[in-house]
Write a protein that binds this ligand. Structure first.
Ligand code: HEC
Ligand code: HEC
Length: 290
């Protein structure tokens, strides 16, 4: 187990440095790395300790770490236009806008500090946004504060509401069938396709990326989810939407309907047998953090 993790980490590090420069534009989707860091649910990437105070020392640390690890893609001033960005099919986030996909807060609002911490720790599966769990918790908090400093929104707006995910019901055939019905009724299939392969009639509209950032409709069958593929992850994504992408929020649906949809999404994944994937967070986040 440990030998594997060391190896996987070394490999990750290599790819994290080389991938953006070397990978030909159209091979991003086949990177085996996707499976290596498909870890446990996001709850496992949550901070174990409390956030440190945002002192001048921590801000200095955050600025240095940002230049070292993040600026090549996200840009020195956080605008998403780093030197490596041009080589990526799906562009890095522009932090100055304050718009984030992965939140536990309603659509249109800011993410919590913990949301950002989890994204940094866990990466965004199926994209060049790698996990940074190797950094100490303190360093990851320093980066959270650094990212927030790029967007004036964080100084102007308060987080009013954090959405709760209730306990998931047992995944039954009935629930999947109900989800299938809702998937059509809610027109999810117009983008995602009736089998969830990301090939619905509307998908092509987004491929060119109108607003400057190309969009790919998720292919569920591959089992790659930005946030994670546990029922709770999908439920939360449906509640919040992925802001800055065509994937809107479905917060007006009942919790029963959201569980049914999430069960159906997961059912589409299971149709293609996935290779043996290390399921535990420990595999990619050894206890001895440096
Ligand atoms: C190899 C390029 C690359 C590097 C290096 C990189 N990122 Fe990213 N990052 C991305 C891409 C691409 C996205 C957008 C993924 C998407 O939206 O599909 C992203 C998105 C993000 C997001 C937005 C998440 C959201 O909810 O929308 C955060 C936060 C983030 N990165 C933080 C960091 C931090 C912190 C570092 C440095 C430790 C870093 N990134 C390094 C490529 C990179
Ligand atoms: C207008 C087009 C559109 C519609 C309608 C739509 N989606 Fe999406 N959905 C997207 C796009 C685009 C993405 C990928 C966004 C990205 O990766 O940045 C996505 C991503 C997702 C994801 C993956 C989240 C992750 O963590 O990667 C799930 C699950 C999902 N959609 C479920 C649904 C369900 C269920 C419905 C109907 C209730 C629905 N979508 C309706 C466009 C759409």
């Amino acid at each position: 187990m440990h030998a594997f993790s060391t190896w996987a980490l070394a490999w990750l590090q290599l790819l994290a440095v080389d991938a953006p420069k070397k990978a030909p534009a159209d091979t991003a989707a086949q990177k085996p790395i996707d499976l290596v860091w498909m870890a446990g649910p996001p709850s496992n990437a949550r901070p174990r300790g409390r956030a440190p105070r945002n002192t001048a020392a921590l801000r200095g640390r955050g600025a240095a770490l940002y230049v070292q690890h993040c600026a090549s893609c996200h840009g020195e001033n956080g605008d998403g236009k780093g030197v490596s960005a041009a080589t990526l099919d799906f562009k890095p986030a522009d932090f100055t806008s304050g718009v984030f996909k992965l939140r536990s807060t309603p659509s249109g609002t800011l993410p919590t500090d913990t949301d950002l911490f989890v994204t940094i720790s866990r990466g965004m599966h199926g994209t060049e946004m790698f996990p940074w769990h190797r950094l100490s918790e303190r360093d990851r908090w320093a980066l959270v504060f650094r990212i927030k400093s790029f967007a004036p929104r964080f100084a102007q707006e308060k987080i009013e509401k954090v959405l709760e995910v209730p306990k998931a019901p047992t995944q039954t055939e009935e629930l999947v069938e109900e989800g299938r019905r809702l998937f059509e009724l809610m027109r999810c299939n117009t983008c995602h396709g009736s089998e969830g392969a990301g090939d619905g009639p509307a998908a092509a509209l987004y491929a060119g990326g109108g607003a400057g950032r190309a969009v790919r409709v998720r292919d569920f069958t591959k089992g790659q989810f930005l946030r994670g593929r546990e029922p709770e992850d999908i439920y939360l994504t449906l509640l919040t939407g992925l802001d800055g992408s065509p994937m809107g929020p479905y917060e007006t649906l009942s919790s029963k309907d959201l569980w049914a949809l999430s069960a159906f999404v997961r059912d589409m994944v299971r149709k293609i047998p996935l290779p043996d994937v290390p399921k535990t967070w420990d595999v990619i986040a050894p206890k001895r953090s440096r």
